[in-house]
Design a protein around this ligand. Structure first.
Ligand code: PAF
Length: 265
């Protein structure tokens, strides 16, 4: 069932919540196997599952990037059909941000480095829309991909800080057989760039094993630029600290496409 109005969604979700656990998988569409693994996890962990498809204008850094983002509603609905989701919520931008909308959720700390520094306003856009989606769906549990590791930590921080009654669950990154993390952006890679792109994950694994020279190796493999490639505290995204879990996070450009990835390290 496709819903487009917040009121319809709220009415349905209120009834479902009385009967059992309501699960949410928020997406921006252009669905691939990685999203479907979130939906499968949600189906296993909730009685009712709502998938939202909303290309959130507030988390894009430029109008051109927002414009370029693929909108594939019919294909997305076809991919979701066999999975038995209970509702697909596809609101128009004015439904989510009606005239007069004046509230923003801003997370400090974990949202400041890496993507936060390179994409000003991005996480405020994510935190605001995710808070709204939690409110609209009244979800008890929500599933997010570990592919966007920093986003997952930002959402966890926000949920804890605001006492939001939602359990946030992370789902491991799905990879193509050659190691490239699945992403809607991979479709924009030329055949040459696609062939070279797995070097990112390969070098991250080598770096996690103690090898040096990853940045030079990536440039030699055909990447144009490495924006960051470093170990961080897995939860705070600050500098790694002894005795605490670490995460190796990367953002790099190849063939004019920005790829991000992360692994436990
Ligand atoms: O990860 C995404 O696709 C988006 O950032 C999200 C969580 C759906 C919010 O717009």
């Amino acid at each position: 069932m496709i819903l487009r109005r917040v009121e319809e969604l709220r009415t349905l979700a209120r009834g479902w919540k009385r009967e059992g656990v309501v699960g949410l998988v928020p997406t921006m569409g252009a669905l691939h196997a990685g999203h479907l693994s979130l939906v499968r996890a949600a189906k296993a962990g909730a009685d009712r599952v709502i998938v939202t498809i909303f290309v959130n204008p507030r988390q894009f850094n430029s109008p051109a990037d927002l414009e370029k983002y693929p909108r594939t509603e019919a294909a997305d609905a076809a991919l979701l059909a066999p999975l038995g989701v209970d509702a697909i919520f596809i609101p128009a931008p004015e439904e989510v941000y009606p005239p007069g909308f004046a509230t923003e959720v801003t997370v400090q700390g974990v949202a400041l480095p890496l993507e936060g520094a390179l994409r000003p306003g991005h996480f405020a856009g994510v935190a605001t829309v995710v808070t709204k989606l939690f409110g609209m769906t009244q979800a008890d549990r929500a599933w997010f991909g570990e592919k966007d590791w920093q986003q997952l930590q930002v959402i966890r921080r926000m949920v804890a800080d605001l006492n939001l009654p939602v359990e946030v669950l992370g789902v491991p990154t799905l990879r193509d057989p050659d190691g490239l993390a699945m992403s809607s952006r991979n479709a924009r890679l030329s055949p040459e760039a696609r062939a070279a792109a797995p070097a990112l994950y390969a070098w991250m694994q080598r770096m996690a094993a103690g090898e040096t020279g990853a940045e030079a190796g990536l440039l030699a493999a055909g990447f144009e630029r490495v924006e960051y490639l470093a170990f961080h505290d897995a939860e705070t995204l600050g500098p790694p600290r002894p005795g605490r879990p670490r995460r190796l996070l990367a953002a790099a450009w190849i063939g004019g496409v920005r790829l991000i990835d992360n692994i436990a390290a």
